[in-house]
Design a protein around this ligand. Structure first.
Ligand code: 6GU
Length: 246
């Protein structure tokens, strides 16, 4: 997969050299290209922002550098990238969206600073580049860069060959499948007793049916405790009698 990121802080993306994503890049599974938005300005100050029409606080990112940058990066490619603009007013970025992005050959992220990008840029590219305005949660960041790091990591780990163990994707909280709609429960490793805390004995029993049942109970309890709104949305048809007792 190819990922282009246009930003006034390309250095913000240094973490993409590290760990899982760094390795995926070295192995050629992920091709990340960073671009400095100011390279598409033409004044000595390399200006990318201006005051908002209609007044109000803050600054708005000018349309011209963005359009020149997007045209230069997306070019006249026969299969253009999907354009992702992070904004707190976008639609929620969920695991479902991450899965959809992981199926794309090419993503172009356009993270903004200040109060956002002049809306005419989104009007210009909306249809041509399948624009998506997305938010990573109900809080406000100082800019879209951190949101891009979050999205690239969520997408990259879904690409074929990036994770060593394919099961770790299917067992995730929010993954479709047997545990769909449930948060992941607690996990344990050796030693069996640590500072007086025991690993739940059932996990040492070798009884795989009982372990699966216990894990599902734990997942249900955690979902009810931490995300009651998710628990309320569980399909009653998929709950068995023992689920209901939890
Ligand atoms: Cl995508 N951008 C910014 N600036 N703030 C956010 C966000 C995005 N998602 C949640 N808050």
């Amino acid at each position: 997969m190819r990922v282009d990121i246009i930003s006034i802080f390309p250095e913000y993306f240094a973490p993409l050299d590290v760990s899982l994503i760094g390795k995926a890049r070295q192995r050629g599974l992920l091709d990340v290209r960073l671009h400095q938005l100011r390279d598409w300005t033409h004044d000595v100050h390399r200006t990318v922002d201006d005051t908002p029409y209609g007044g109000g606080p803050g600054m708005v990112m000018k349309p011209e550098p963005w359009s020149e940058a997007i045209d230069a990066v997306a070019g006249s490619a026969p299969e253009p990238p999907r354009l992702v603009v992070p904004t707190p007013s976008g639609r929620p970025f969920t695991q479902e969206v991450a899965l959809a992005y992981a199926a794309e050959p090419w993503l172009l992220f356009a993270p903004a600073r200040y109060e956002g990008i002049d809306s005419r840029v989104m009007a210009e590219y909306g249809d041509r580049l399948r624009l998506d305005e997305v938010s990573i949660g109900d809080y406000v960041l100082a800019g879209g860069e951190a949101a891009v790091l979050v999205m690239v990591e969520a997408v990259a780990r879904l690409l074929p060959g990036v994770l060593g163990n394919a099961g770790s994707v299917t067992d995730d909280s929010f993954a479709p499948g047997a545990m769909a709609g449930l948060l992941e429960g607690p996990v344990y490793t050796k030693p069996p007793v640590w500072r007086g805390h025991e690993v739940p004995p059932i996990l040492l029993s070798g009884n795989h049916g009982a372990i699966a049942r216990w894990r599902r109970d734990q997942a249900l309890r955690r979902t009810v405790a931490n995300r009651p709104e998710l628990a309320a949305r569980l399909d009653p048809g998929t709950l068995d009698k023992r689920d209901r007792q939890v």
